[in-house]
Design a binder for this molecule. Sequence first.
Ligand SMILES: *Cc1c(COP(=O)(O)O)cnc(C)c1O
Length: 395
Amino acid sequence: MKNFYHADKNGYYGKFGGAFVPEMLYSNVEELRLKYLKVIQEDSFQKEFNQLLKDYVGRPSPLYFAKRLSKKYQTKIYLKREDLNHTGAHKINNTIGQILMAKRLGKKRIIAETGAGQHGVATATVCALMGMQCVVFMGEIDIARQAPNVARMKMLGATVIPAISGSKTLKDATNEAIRDWINNPEDTFYIIGSVVGPHPYPDMVARFQSVISEEMKKQLKEKEGTENPNYIIACVGGGSNAAGAFYHYLDNEKVKLIAVEAAGKGINSGKSAATSLLGLDGVIHGSRTLLMQTKDGQITEPYSISAGLDYPGVGPQHAHLFKSGRADFLNATDDEAMQAGLELCKLEGIIPAIESAHALAALDKMEFKKDDIIVVNLSGRGDKDLNIYINYFNY
Ligand SMILES: *Cc1c(COP(=O)(O)O)cnc(C)c1O
């Protein structure tokens, strides 16, 4: 049973995962597959990665006991403060890991896809840090919607290329990035922003994000005398912050794992991103997973008020956690998330990212005992979402 929830050597989590790539990409993906574990385990890699997480990102991120929130829910709630990281979310953990990987593989040029721009900013940031060329593909519609992040990427030295095909959003940007990678196999490294894509990306990204649960264990031991909470709650778009928060607890079934997806305007409204509930088996962006699609296999356009959760698939590990029952999948509507976000502002003085507010909204849907220990992974801060908060609450 050991390793049941982690990737096997071909990148399968149960029946999900794998590497479904066109022949032209095979050599790029294969090079990474053959080398990634060895590189990650090298002392010099670990040393540079950990140093940057500490001095550049600002880790360890605090595990904060939320006293007033705990009182409201009559239990013990901790917040893992990924919102305090440099650039405002967990995404930087992964981009630091991947740029170090790119350097070790001798790559000179970085490409990335981005939806709302958060992964683009995290990638542009580490490219500036390492003095590497950075090209970010972004849907034309997203470029218009997310002007501040486009400006950030440009200030950081990145070139932003609009994706003008299809719906002109994230999946089209991803297609453009893959096309670029095919045309530049020698010198280019593709930094993917979540636990998605062909093997070894989901496993590699989960390893880089696993620092979240590694710290959580130490911090809980210090504060509660046990490494193990009763529940860990995290929002799921592609699933990287959840994968990091769950990682070191996957084989400990006493710790209940709660993944929260975006229900948008309601599960049955046709406007949501609740992939595990609504999705069917399919292949997207190089791996077999659960995927929102029509009866004849066309990808359904996802919707959420939160740009980071607006993805039609979910990482293959999460598909497996869902199907195997290891994690419980809940969901929160736009309205529930916005109210939960506002509640955290008023009770704790913390303005969360709207993605993270979905995780907070799950508190209202669960029942806790007084002595339960709950960790909510606060994946990011709300500065980037201010306009959405303003429009929603009419400030
Ligand atoms: C991108 C993002 C997410 C969603 O991505 P995952 O890979 O599911 O973690 C969640 N929260 C924040 C703050 C984000 O920026």
